[in-house]
Design a protein around this ligand. Structure first.
Ligand code: TMP
Length: 215
């Protein structure tokens, strides 16, 4: 633990992505705490947001199936545009360490499974359409879909609903793995079958090395 605020000369953007049940939300919270204890000025953000009218609409309507896949993609994009202008860009300009729980890679991985759009096209729209800043590193917390689903829902779901969800998560995971191989972003593939502590240690080391090497 350090009481001194660490001054860094530029902002950093780190993103945690992964299928439902990959453990990224818990990992994000632990990482924020560790980095803050070290004295870094950390901003913890997540998408969809709880702040913009579009984020609120997704959170209210998406779980109850009130949105078409096209409407969902539109809302995620509008929410992100708001998020970039009002939270992400200002924090980066102030030289903060921004840690995000999901970003536009989630739209590529998830929305491409229900729309006739390749993940590459969805990523392109985010980069070119709303000028989404490129992260320093995208961590993909990788677990098999069966493990993710079990962690996210337990074994209580109805069999056919579970099967549908599993089928989708298999595709989402595949999309993330394809991005690691084929997309231009800087990725780190993390084995999220490991314990939360191991996952957090691994990401923490990469983040702190990256900050130290680049400031
Ligand atoms: P969570 O698992 O981080 O709570 O995210 C909630 C859900 O939102 C998750 O099932 C993935 C979905 N999602 C998308 O489908 N597209 C997106 O662009 C984002 C940010 C999230």
């Amino acid at each position: 633990m350090s009481n001194e605020t660490k001054i860094i000369t530029k902002g950093f953007l780190f993103v945690l992505e992964g299928i439902d049940g990959s453990g990224k939300t818990c990992a994000c919270k632990d990482l924020v705490k560790r980095l803050q204890d070290d004295g870094y000025d950390v901003v913890h953000l997540r998408e969809p947001t709880k702040e913009s009218q579009w984020g609120k609409e997704i959170r209210a309507k998406s779980p109850v199936g009130e949105l078409t896949p096209e409407e969902e993609l539109e809302l995620y994009t509008r929410d992100r545009e708001w998020h970039i202008a009002n939270r992400i860009q200002p924090a980066l300009e102030e030289g903060k360490v921004v840690l995000m729980d999901r970003y536009f890679f989630a739209s590529g991985a998830y929305q491409s499974t229900v729309l006739d759009l390749h993940w590459k096209e969805i990523l392109r729209r985010n980069r070119e359409g709303i000028s989404a800043p490129e992260p320093d590193i995208v961590f993909i917390l990788d677990v098999p879909a069966e493990i993710g689903l079990e962690r996210a829902t337990g074994r209580t779901g109805k069999a056919n609903l579970q099967f549908e969800k599993l089928d989708r998560l298999i595709k989402v995971r595949q999309n993330y793995l394809e991005m690691v191989e084929n997309d231009s972003a800087t990725f780190e593939l993390i084995d999220a079958k490991n314990s939360l502590d191991q996952v957090v240690d691994e990401i923490y080391d990469i983040i702190t090395d990256t900050i130290i090497l680049n400031t």
